[in-house]
Design a protein around this ligand. Structure first.
Ligand SMILES: Cc1cc2nc3c(=O)[nH]c(=O)nc-3n(C[C@H](O)[C@H](O)[C@H](O)COP(=O)(O)O)c2cc1C
Length: 183
């Protein structure tokens, strides 16, 4: 898509996918987007674990109580980790990389969804992060931010209506209860 703003209006979290696989070139382009993401002090100390194996995806889907359905039916998951020993902005760094991949996928016509791992727990209270680390051999000192799921969309989402944006969240010059109108 040539127009970033149009992409942002049309982007959604996509949670249901067809069985169509994603080409290696497109997987690479998505990963390239993650590697292009800006990081504090240019630390670039994230790691991305690429998972396509169905058994492993099903195991990852058990990492927390709610909100893992997309992992069960996606064709690709990218687990995003970052390194607090290398950056005090590790959460921000990981988040931005995840979002870059989400937007890159949308631009390729591929749906994706962020699955929160940090601060989430499974049925018996075990941290989702520990389950993901153990499943994928991720070192215990590498926090897992999220699992990004990818696949061709099996759902229809409408573009956002720009008239419905929350312009009351925008404060002009200083905090105020007077609403900006977006013009
Ligand atoms: C930090 C963060 C955590 C999220 N965690 C989950 C999740 O665990 N499971 C899920 O299905 N969606 C998750 N989402 C997707 C949000 O639910 C989604 O972005 C939100 O409902 C708005 O929908 P939209 O992305 O289509 O605009 C997460 C999104 C963000 C940014």
């Amino acid at each position: 898509m040539e127009n970033l703003h149009q992409l942002l209006l049309e982007r959604h979290s996509i949670r249901r996918y067809t069985e169509q696989t994603i080409s290696p070139d497109d997987v690479r382009t998505i990963l390239e987007a993650g590697l292009l993401a800006p990081t504090s002090k240019s630390a670039r100390d994230w790691n991305f674990v690429v998972v396509e194996d169905r058994e492993v995806l099903l195991k990852l889907a058990e990492c927390k109580k709610f909100g893992t359905a997309p992992i069960k039916n996606c064709v690709l998951a990218i687990v995003v980790t970052s390194n607090p020993a290398k950056s005090d902005c590790f959460i921000e760094d990981a988040s931005i990389a995840a979002m870059f991949m989400h937007l890159q996928a949308a631009d390729l016509g591929i749906g994706s969804c962020w699955i929160q791992v940090r601060n989430r727990y499974d049925e018996v209270g075990e941290p989702a992060e520990a389950i993901v680390q153990e499943t994928l051999g991720i070192p215990a000192d590498m926090p897992v931010e999220c699992i990004m799921t990818f696949g061709y969309s099996a759902e229809t989402r409408r573009p956002v209506d720009p008239d419905k944006l929350l312009w009351e969240k925008v404060h002009l010059g200083r905090w105020s209860d007077v609403q900006a109108d977006g013009e």
